[in-house]
Design a binder for this molecule. Structure first.
Ligand code: UTP
Length: 289
């Protein structure tokens, strides 16, 4: 079945990037000149997604403003002959059909996804974590959607992570089927040392069958007292198997200070407007490091 819908959970408090995220949603923190969530919406749109549900919460209204029309700004830009900029602003508002739903209590990523049940109905859904930006030539979620069409089971975007980082992520029991494609048979969220299956984690993207919603209703609270999406995917993996796809793009954790800086430096170096100047600046700076 063709995947047409996506959920972007963006309701979390973002405590790891305070004070930046105190009044600004962390999903609105910028990479050079675009907020993180715009990169994520563009990735979904490039992969063919038509309808997007963004899960928000109190204080996240700025996300809705960003994907809305801005008549005063558009009027000013067109009056000053900044026509291309004006078109760019209008395009942002026309990227996709974007819907919003508030998660009233931040009870975890699993709970955030479960809020999307009636939006999704009886279809598979792509899930793009709102603070994970993946940059590359092809949209990462498109690679996962192609795998869903091939295998017909839940698909997770996976990558190896340094062993020391595993307690912050998930750990997967998997075996390689072919280059960059794995069968996942078990998983654990935030493993304590000794509990890991492998150094592969789910990073930022998945495509899930509609059965995930019944599972999300059944799972108990997990790590950190939150309803964990990984715990629900574990049920899928054990019962019907899941596939892990090592997507090609580079993933930046916009929920961490280091991730934000890495995304900014690498994007600035490739930026058509400031790339050359930034490279020269960085080279000069690096000499004294
Ligand atoms: P994180 O666990 O990284 O978000 O969830 P967080 O809770 O904001 O993080 P910290 O630890 O306090 O810094 C990954 C994605 O899921 C969303 C977040 O907004 C983020 O984009 N999320 C998380 C929700 O939508 N609802 C939740 O209850 C939790």
């Amino acid at each position: 079945m063709k995947i047409r819908k996506a959920i972007i959970p963006a309701a979390g408090l973002g405590t790891r990037v305070l004070p930046a995220s105190k009044a600004i949603p962390k999903e609105m923190l910028t990479i050079v000149d675009k907020p993180a969530i715009q990169y994520i919406v563009e990735e979904a749109v490039h992969a063919g997604i038509e309808d997007i549900l963004i899960i928000t919460s109190r204080g996240k209204g700025m996300i809705e403003d960003h994907f809305d029309r801005s008549p005063e700004l558009e009027e000013r830009l067109s009056a000053t002959a900044k026509g291309t900029q004006c078109d760019e602003m209008v395009e942002i508002a026309n990227l996709a059909n974007i819907y919003y739903l508030r998660q009233k209590e931040m009870l975890g990523l699993g709970h955030a996804v479960s809020c999307g049940r009636s939006f999704v109905g009886n279809e598979p859904v792509a899930v793009l974590y709102g603070d994970d930006v993946i940059l590359g030539e092809t949209p990462a979620i498109g690679e996962l959607m192609a795998a869903y069409e091939e295998f017909g089971v839940g698909i997770a975007g996976v990558k190896p992570v340094p062993r020391a980082d595993l307690p912050r992520y998930s750990s997967l029991k998997l075996e390689e089927i072919r280059h960059r494609v794995h069968r996942i048979t078990d998983m654990i969220e935030k493993p304590a040392p000794g509990e890991e299956f492998s150094n592969y984690s789910i990073l930022g993207r998945c495509v899930l069958p509609p059965e995930i919603f019944d599972i999300l209703d059944e799972i108990p609270r997990g790590s950190g007292g939150e309803y964990q999406l990984t715990d629900a995917m574990r049920v899928l993996a054990v019962n019907q198997g899941m596939i892990g796809v090592e997507y090609a793009g580079t993933r930046y954790d916009m929920g961490s200070k280091l991730g934000i800086m890495m995304a900014n430096v690498e994007t600035a170096l490739a930026h058509c407007e400031i790339g050359a100047d930034f490279r020269a600046y960085l080279k000069k700076l690096a000499k004294d490091l």
